[in-house]
Design a protein around this ligand. Structure first.
Ligand code: SF4
Ligand code: SF4
Ligand code: SF4
Length: 258
């Protein structure tokens, strides 16, 4: 059964308790920060910062807050491109990184559509949210969810949370938030982090249409035993096609000069 985190951005009050709880529970070191003109701090996730709060201001001067961490994608680019099997999707839908297997190649960093994984400069291992698997396997909620004082983060069975999100969006629309929508229901075949938004995803710094890059597809294909055959087939097809095209060109030249 798939589990997920539901982020109700309308309930978030930007206390950053989730950001601190993640550091605290996972014993992640603090880093020196400085003000860069945005309250989002640090500005991106890092190998030792697995969760942060994105602050955005609308044209109407309204603040939007979004807790941001690994989306635990159903179709996870990081899982599919990792050549060392160092990122695995568990039965409950968590995309779990195994630092012991990580070889520091950086392919997951390059291909994640959400810019989540980062390589540590000291260990050369990838770091990202683990879904607090050591807690959820014991019946506990993730540390960030447990800490949230306003119920903006919830953890539970994904289908039940989706139903809850739909009812909440309906209620928000009735309250005048005409743009209220759900993010994460279908993106990357379903995310393990579902958002209730009152504006378009881009207004929160979320990619509108996250997708694989072409190079991720090719790499994924090349990694699979059958894919290798397909890759060889594709390459052969391209070579044959090129030779045919070249042959046709020579033929046409020949026709024109006759
Ligand atoms: S689930 Fe755990 S590891 Fe992931 S962001 Fe929340 S506290 Fe951090
Ligand atoms: S958000 Fe990125 S790191 Fe997280 S599961 Fe999806 S592809 Fe992997
Ligand atoms: S702990 Fe809850 S209310 Fe506080 S910033 Fe995080 S999501 Fe928002």
């Amino acid at each position: 059964m798939a589990y997920a985190v539901l982020v109700d951005t309308k309930k978030c009050m930007a206390c950053r308790g989730c950001q601190v709880a993640c550091k605290d529970w996972n014993r992640l070191p603090a880093g020196a920060t400085k003000f860069r003109g945005s309250y989002t701090n640090p500005p991106t996730l890092e190998a030792h910062t697995w969760n942060h709060l994105i602050f955005s201001e609308t044209d109407q001067g309204r603040w939007l807050f979004a807790n941001y961490a690994c989306m635990h994608c159903t179709d996870a680019a990081c899982v599919n491109v990792c050549p060392a099997g160092a990122v695995q999707r568990t039965k409950n839908g968590t995309v779990w990184p195994d630092p012991d297997k990580c070889i520091g190649c950086g392919l997951c960093v390059q291909h994640c559509p959400f810019h989540v994984p980062h390589l540590s400069k000291t260990t050369n291992k990838m770091g990202k949210c683990t879904g607090c698997a050591e807690r959820t396997s014991q019946g506990l909620r993730p540390a960030c969810v447990t800490t949230c004082p306003n119920g903006a983060l919830q953890y539970g069975e994904r289908n039940a949370l989706l139903q809850q999100a739909k009812e909440r969006v309906q209620s928000l629309r009735e309250q005048g938030f005409a743009q209220a929508n759900i993010y994460g229901e279908n993106e990357m075949h379903g995310l393990g982090r579902i958002y209730i938004l009152t504006e378009r995803p881009a207004a929160y710094g979320l990619p509108e249409n996250p997708c694989y890059s072409a190079s991720a597809w090719i790499w994924q294909l090349a990694r699979r035993p059958l894919g290798k055959l397909a890759s060889v087939g594709l390459f052969s097809g391209l070579v044959v096609g090129f030779l045919r095209w070249r042959g046709d060109r020579i033929q046409h030249k020949g026709d024109n000069t006759m």
